[in-house]
Design a protein around this ligand. Structure first.
Ligand SMILES: Cc1cc2nc3c(=O)[nH]c(=O)nc-3n(C[C@H](O)[C@H](O)[C@H](O)COP(=O)(O)OP(=O)(O)OC[C@H]3O[C@@H](n4cnc5c(N)ncnc54)[C@H](O)[C@@H]3O)c2cc1C
Length: 284
């Protein structure tokens, strides 16, 4: 006989932190449930205790915080898509959110859930990587900020301690001289797990790249940046030869595998092609 799971539903962050710090048995944080319910359905979720944070309103909201936007962990994709602040200062996060699931998933799935689920194919993650976002992590012990690009320690592993939850993510605002770009390649443009997914932020001056950051998903055990390709492009004049060199460099630098969704060869080739597509857009 299996017993019913226990669910705690705090309404304040302090209550949520207290529940996480006092526990003597593993407790699973439940946000929108769009990843967890799939596991539950497949009998792959073995926890018997849940901390349902859905009613903690302190985890909601998108705020202008000077040079950055602060996005509460429970912010859904629908809220990101509708936000004027996100459209203006992080437009590729809107583009990414539009490709995530269908409307039902966009209404319920949260950015905090996407971050902590830690799938290499999480579609918001390349944007957070390219923007050098920061993850705000909290517990009864206090809060700390972790650079997003240091949040993952390996496949599906994060720096989170068992008593911590993700409170918010802070994303530096896109500056006037910068452009960003998001492109997901799946079996379809939306409602498909990506074969490769890129987000790029760049600043150019007169056809020359001043700075560029590139986040790539589905091509390594975690979402990654590609520092060698970024170095190659920084300061480069965007000639057809430079674009071709960057296309080859990123195809070499990523570490994709062949799996059910795609092959290593396809992922290397298409990731290079998508980067080249963006670079050509920058000069036109
Ligand atoms: C049909 C379908 C289509 C989908 N399509 C896509 C897609 O196209 N692209 C994509 O990236 N994803 C997709 N997903 C996956 C999922 O919707 C997203 O990853 C979503 O963002 C998860 O958020 P959630 O709030 O539902 O997380 P939950 O399922 O509640 O939680 C996910 C994980 O994060 C942990 N967690 C959640 N919030 C916190 C927090 N604040 N602090 C600490 N831990 C936390 C949970 O304990 C759990 O381990 C899809 C899922 C389904 C079912």
């Amino acid at each position: 006989m299996t017993s019913e799971p226990t669910v705690q539903s705090p309404t304040t962050l302090a209550e949520a932190f207290a529940a996480l710090s006092q526990r003597d048995r593993p407790i699973t944080i439940l946000a929108g449930g769009t990843d967890l319910m799939v596991l539950m359905n497949a009998h792959m979720l073995h926890g018997a205790e849940f901390l349902d944070i859905w009613r903690v309103d302190e985890l909601r909201g998108i705020d202008d915080d000077g040079d950055a936007l602060r996005i509460g962990a429970l912010t859904t994709y629908t809220q990101l898509i509708k936000s004027e602040l996100i459209r203006k200062y992080a437009p590729s996060l809107v583009d990414a959110s539009r490709t995530i699931g269908a409307i039902q998933i966009q209404n319920r799935g949260t950015i905090g859930g996407n971050i902590v689920n830690a799938s290499p194919a999480g579609d918001s993650l390349p944007v957070l990587a390219a923007y050098d976002a920061e993850v705000e992590v909290g517990s009864a012990r206090g809060t700390r900020r972790v650079p997003f690009n240091q949040f993952y320690t390996g496949y599906r592993r994060t720096v989170l301690e068992p008593d911590e939850l993700v409170v918010a993510v802070r994303i530096p605002k896109l500056k006037e001289a910068e452009r960003d770009f998001f492109w997901k390649v799946g079996t379809r443009r939306a409602q498909a797990i990506s074969k490769t997914v890129l987000a790029i932020k760049a600043r150019t001056d007169d056809g020359r790249i001043e700075s560029i950051s590139i986040g790539v998903g589905s091509v390594a055990p975690t979402v990654i940046r590609v520092p060698e390709t970024e170095r190659l492009l920084s300061g480069a004049k965007l000639t057809p030869e430079a674009i071709e060199a960057a296309r080859r460099a990123i195809a070499q630098e990523i570490a994709p595998i062949t799996d059910l969704r795609s092959t290593e060869y396809y992922r290397r080739t298409v990731t290079g092609n998508v980067l080249a597509k963006f670079l050509r857009q920058l000069v036109n």
